[in-house]
Design a binder for this molecule. Structure first.
Ligand code: COD
Length: 160
């Protein structure tokens, strides 16, 4: 049976850190479904459609990566698509508490779907969508932080 993993996130927008995790995950699982979900504690800059289009564009060369969105619980989405795994990225110790909380909650909701953590490449360990947006807002250089289509989309949002 093909192994399907879900890689969930806000991806507002996708960064080179996210892409690193997705690429590594795609080498381990037969199929990785990158799914844009709502994080109720975040106010997004990009619409869901914009985020999906950017993820599709920057993962187009990884054939076993599919992109989707879902309104609701991650665990329900994972079950609906027949996934056996959830992939999350870990940057630093500071990620641990939050990740442990959502992993434990997801396990209470469904004990069959296992969460796997992938350590980011050191060069992206400081990187987050929030930091990228902050730098882009003040016209700072983000070329090394995001793929070119994302850089273009951020510039279009902030430079009017
Ligand atoms: N290097 C490596 N990994 C990274 C990097 C980086 N530089 N930046 C981010 N990541 C990882 C994050 O650790 C995370 O694993 C993933 O990439 C996505 O990150 P974000 O910030 O885009 O997404 P989040 O953390 O806001 O996503 C949270 C969800 C939307 C997945 C969560 O809120 C959720 O599951 N919502 C749906 C409702 C639900 O099911 N809630 C119950 C769970 S408690």
């Amino acid at each position: 049976m093909a192994s399907i993993a879900v890689c969930p996130g806000s991806f507002d927008p996708i960064t080179n850190g996210h892409l690193d995790i997705i690429t590594r995950g795609a080498k381990v699982f037969d199929e990785v479904k990158v799914v844009v979900l709502n994080n109720s504690s975040k106010q997004p800059l990009f619409t869901v459609e914009e985020r999906i289009n950017l993820i599709k564009e920057v993962t187009k060369n990884i054939p076993n990566v599919k992109v989707d969105s879902f309104q609701g619980l991650l665990i329900d989405y994972a079950k609906n698509v027949g996934a056996s795994a959830i992939i999350r990225g870990l940057r630093a110790v500071s990620d641990f508490e939050y990740e442990m909380q959502i992993t434990s909650m997801n396990r209470v909701l469904n004990d069959e779907i296992e969460t796997f953590f992938i350590m980011t490449n050191n060069q992206y360990s400081f990187l987050s969508s929030s930091i990228v947006k902050e730098v882009a807002k003040y016209n700072g250089k983000i070329t090394e932080l995001v793929p070119p289509p994302v850089e273009k989309a951020l510039k279009a949002k902030f430079i009017k």
